[in-house]
Design a protein around this ligand. Structure first.
Ligand SMILES: [Zn+2]
Length: 569
């Protein structure tokens, strides 16, 4: 259904063409730019725009100003000679950021740029906004029940007046300019600075809102369950040209908040009404509610005394922030076809600390597991596991799988081999440096030993890759004495590698990388046996497709990893 844009005062206006002709005459002078007399865009009445459909194209020919016989053969010389419907199409295909300067060209352009279909298209193409401003019910549903309670388009008076934005009179131009464009830098994935605990925040455009969703792991120890999420803030246009930030923390609904974009890749949130976070039952009720949400249990259900302490500590520590947090941008790891599995985010079991979020990324012959959430022992940002892809491990035979000492022997053997290779590598490097310093020959030959070692490593890597290509599953069972929080781990695996896991005392004291076994189960699950701790972590992929989370480059990703690690220490 093609409905053409009705642009009063613009239309097939002769004025435009006259100006165009006048401009032709004045060419060469600075009269080329139309004086911008229309300084008050809101006041320009008669620019009623009622385009309901984007398919104006069909009408272009028909709505063209009928050219006189003399003009028939002449091609249009100026954009101003084009019919407005076509200009709407052209302008609508330009990036929204270019439109303000276009509006400064002349009054006609400025008027055309008030056509809301142009802005609706920009909102949709650049930010994925798909809601129709007039279909509020859809917004309410899509934005999940949290705000279905508050947003009722039929309530237009009383105390809801302030809560309800005047969507009926809202324009996409305002949505684009004052909401989406203004807050574009906060879209994507973020890690809050909550001491050792970290976290995962996803800021998205959802309907006519920008929402900050905090992602929480499922209840311990169900790693295969989907992630949970709760809104921490939202931004929307309460009235024209005025975006409102609301804090969503607590259980009393949205209230006044504030967002400050500190610098590139960093922003902070502030709650202006923290009394909205308090519960009538005081701290006890707040703690019980938090415990139910965070752990899905009561403190009495958790018999483990140390675990109770850890839980209480986390509540006291995290609740003092009252949603006043600073966030730093995180990127999803870049992937390559050679990767063992697709890199990404995983949920993993961390004993008494519960489930934590870990990012798996590949770096040549190494894979790294970086903590996105953390605990008082190993804080967020630290590299919890490192997998040595050049050293696949052959598990003991089926009859010896349960024997811990047998597995331990195999791992320690590889650890010794890795240590030897590292020493050789160091010596080779030193030798190379000396050769380079002594001789000025441009092509210094690598030493024989070094070359051999390199060859071995390549062979080992190739073996790993070969195992990966043909995923022959082998039986897997945890050795006797190794504790797993989740006994529901797969009983077959594809391949195992030597790796190290980071352990430390409370408060990240005396951190140490200790040997372990990385077990790849399938495309979405892996495990790690912490040899010294005699414990097992099971990891399961977070299957959420996050927008605006791609790293601009591999270097940018590596730098991000380094940054979050240094912040944690
Ligand atoms: Zn608040």
């Amino acid at each position: 259904m093609a409905v053409c844009a009705r642009l009063c005062g613009v239309g097939p206006a002769r004025g435009c063409r006259r100006r165009g002709a006048a401009r032709e005459q004045r060419r060469g002078g600075d009269g080329d730019s139309e004086p911008d007399t229309d300084t008050e865009p809101e006041e320009a009445s008669g620019v009623a725009v009622a385009a309901e459909d984007d398919e104006e194209t069909e009408r272009i020919e028909g709505s063209r100003p009928s050219a006189g016989p003399a003009e028939a053969g002449r091609a249009p010389l100026s954009l101003l000679e084009l019919p407005p419907e076509l200009l709407v199409q052209i302008f609508g295909s330009l990036p929204g950021t270019d439109l303000p300067s276009l509006a400064r060209v002349c009054t006609t352009f400025r008027r055309i740029l008030r056509t809301d279909t142009i802005w609706r298209r920009r909102c949709r193409e650049e930010y994925g906004v798909c809601e129709n401003l007039r279909k509020l019910e859809i917004t309410g549903v899509s934005c999940r029940d949290v705000y279905a309670k508050r947003i009722n388009p039929r309530v237009k008076s009383g105390r809801f007046m302030k809560i309800l934005p005047d969507y009926e009179h809202m324009e996409y131009r305002d949505v684009y300019t004052c909401l989406l464009h203004r807050y574009r830098h906060i879209l994507g994935l973020w890690q809050p600075d909550i001491g050792p605990y970290g976290g995962l925040l996803n800021v998205v455009v959802d309907g006519l809102f920008i929402i900050g969703w905090m992602y929480l792991p499922p209840h311990d120890p169900h790693v295969d369950d989907p992630m949970r999420f709760k809104p921490l803030f939202r931004i929307h246009l309460m009235e024209r040209k005025c975006a409102t930030v609301e804090c969503m923390y607590g259980h009393k609904g949205p209230h006044n908040g504030h967002i400050q974009i500190v610098k590139k890749d960093e922003f902070s949130t502030k709650c202006n009404q923290t009394d909205h976070h308090r519960m009538s039952g005081g701290r006890q009720e707040e703690f019980r509610t938090w415990l139910r949400e965070e752990w899905g249990r009561t403190l009495e259900d958790i018999f483990h005394e140390h675990m109770q302490e850890l839980i209480l500590m986390k509540f006291i520590y995290t609740s003092q922030y009252d949603n006043c947090l600073t966030y730093r941008r995180i990127y999803l790891p870049p992937s390559s076809p050679d990767d063992l599995i697709k890199p990404g985010l995983f949920k993993g079991t961390y004993g008494s600390h519960g489930l934590e979020i870990v990012m798996l990324s590949f770096h040549g012959r190494k894979a790294k597991g970086t903590k996105i959430t953390g605990d008082p022992n190993i804080p967020a940002g630290q590299q919890t596991v490192e997998i040595d892809l050049a050293h696949p491990l052959r598990l003991p035979d089926i009859e010896n799988l349960r024997d811990f000492s047998e597995l331990s022997r195999i791992v320690l053997e590889v650890q010794e081999q890795v240590r030897r290779e590292e020493q050789e590598e160091e010596q080779r490097q030193e030798g190379e440096d000396r050769t380079q310093q002594a001789a000025s020959q441009p092509a210094a030959q690598p030493q024989g030993g070094g070359e051999g070692a390199e060859g071995e490593e390549t062979a080992a890597g190739a073996e790993g890759a070969a195992q990966d290509k043909a995923p022959a599953s082998q039986p897997f069972v945890l050795p006797m004495g190794v504790i797993s929080r989740n006994e529901d781990y797969p009983r077959t695996c594809r391949v195992c590698f030597y790796g190290t896991g980071l352990i430390a005392g409370h408060g990240f004291t005396s951190p140490e990388r200790t040997p372990g076994v990385f077990v790849l189960f399938d495309d979405d699950r892996f495990g790690f046996i912490w040899l010294e701790l005699k414990s097992f972590s099971l990891y399961s992929r977070i299957k959420v497709s996050f927008q605006n989370a791609e790293a601009p480059s591999r270097e940018a990703f590596d730098e991000m990893l380094r940054n979050i690690q240094s912040l944690a220490t």
